[in-house]
Write a protein that binds this ligand. Structure first.
Ligand code: ZN
Length: 417
């Protein structure tokens, strides 16, 4: 191994990276804001700039058949396995600079620094800039990472708001949709690492620049319906009412209490509708959504059952019919033990704690984890603010992450170790 290699000037590497991120964000579909959706002209311009940069660093660049941008640092041995660093290049409308793009540019900077240092790696290092993660254009997320697993073929006929299919958008971008299967990863892969801003307040509250992600939470989404009796708001005394909305309110507070009392559980009612929806009519029906997330699937299912029982109890006490319909269940994705341990060792070598935390959001890592060991390193997000133009990250934290990653990449666990 080459662990004694002279490390790069991390401060200079970081300063260059931050300047490049700012310049890359000039490519946008909506001037004055940051917006790069899947297969947009802004995405193509971003690819061109990334390729120019990576080429000067001596990396092999290409855009794959799904529109993912890739840059590779070859291994000394042609038959060596590959290790991947990746994140996404698309954004939400009016998004931030660092969500996704930071992880890709960190990968490029690291690969370039390893090459400049003359590192002889026992693996090929490939940086992946996934073309689509947010699901903005076609309503389905992770098209980029799913393509690298050969799992996107059934998404080609999705259409965007303008009626353009994925297939047609690919052709307009200069891609051949018939060759989409060629975007799938081939050969042996040691694993995948994604750097990403936390997009939440946990690391900042803990006073920690970096965190190792233990798992991406799973979630249940449900529709909850309360059916009482609509009646006149003036003539119906309180004790003779069957108010669907006050029953819903009581249950919402129960859901909040349950989550507050359960470490790691988050429960959100994001939408409430009351019918008929007039100021002088007692609501006869109320419908709400429940979003319940935790990294332990068994515990989450048990808490959902508790909330269902509370729902029945509240409905019975108030003479209101209730129902809870689970719409989607997405299992949690635990990240790889060996890669997490390697990240902790690298953090300790850099004099950092890097505590473990769960990711409440979805990321490409949870898709890639289907095919290989995967890990994520979170960077502190000031104010916990993301998907917002004021989203930021400190250069010092980026430098710390590069230092940890440098050690990690030079001491990557061997196969089966
Ligand atoms: Zn992201």
């Amino acid at each position: 191994m080459t662990a004694t290699l002279t490390p790069p000037d991390l401060a200079a590497l970081t300063a260059d990276l931050m300047t490049r991120v700012a310049a890359l964000c000039e490519h946008t579909e909506v001037p004055g804001t940051i917006q790069r959706t899947f297969l947009s002209p802004a995405a193509a311009a971003m690819h061109a700039d990334l390729s120019a940069w990576a080429t000067t660093l001596g990396l092999d660049v290409r855009v794959d058949e799904a529109g993912n941008w890739r840059a590779a640092l070859p291994a000394a041995q042609p038959d060596a396995p590959t290790f991947l660093i990746g994140s996404h290049l698309d954004t939400v409308p009016d998004g931030g600079r660092y969500d996704g793009l930071l992880g890709v540019t960190m990968g490029v900077a690291l690969a370039g620094a390893l090459r400049a240092a003359g590192a002889i790696l026992p693996y090929r290092l490939e940086v992946l800039g996934f073309t689509e993660e947010e699901g903005v254009r076609f309503g389905v997320p992770f098209i980029g990472s799913l393509s690298t697993l050969g799992q996107a073929a059934d998404l080609l006929d999705l259409t965007d708001a303008a009626g353009v299919s994925v297939r047609q958008a690919m052709r307009d971008f200069g891609l051949d949709d018939a060759r989409l299967p060629n975007a799938a990863l081939t050969g042996e892969h040691l694993g995948f690492l994604e750097f990403h801003i936390e997009q939440g307040p946990v690391l900042e509250a803990a006073g920690q620049p970096l965190g190792v992600v233990s798992a991406l939470v799973g979630h249940h989404r449900a529709k909850v319906t309360f059916t009482g009796r609509a009646n006149h708001a003036g003539t119906t005394p309180m004790h003779l009412r069957h108010d669907a909305l006050t029953a819903a309110a009581e249950w919402m507070l129960e859901a909040e209490r349950t989550a507050q009392d359960t470490p790691g559980l988050v429960a959100t009612v994001g939408r409430v509708q009351a019918f008929p929806g007039a100021s002088n009519v007692i609501p006869g029906r109320a419908e709400l959504t429940l979003d319940l997330r935790h990294a332990d699937d068994t515990l989450r299912a048990r808490k959902l059952a508790d909330l269902h029982a509370a729902l029945e109890r509240i409905g019975a006490a108030r003479g209101v019919q209730v129902s809870l319909d689970v719409l989607t269940v997405i299992p949690a994705v635990p990240l790889d033990d060996a890669l997490r341990a390697a990240l902790h060792r690298a953090a300790h070598a850099a004099g950092l704690d890097a505590p473990e935390l769960v990711s409440g959001a979805g990321h490409d890592a949870m898709i890639v984890a289907r095919a290989m060991p995967a890990a994520m390193l979170f960077l502190r997000t000031p104010g916990g603010l993301s998907h917002h133009p004021d989203e930021t990250v400190s250069g010092q934290d980026v430098q710390a992450a590069l230092q940890v990653a440098w050690h990690f990449l030079l001491n990557l666990p061997r196969r089966g170790a």
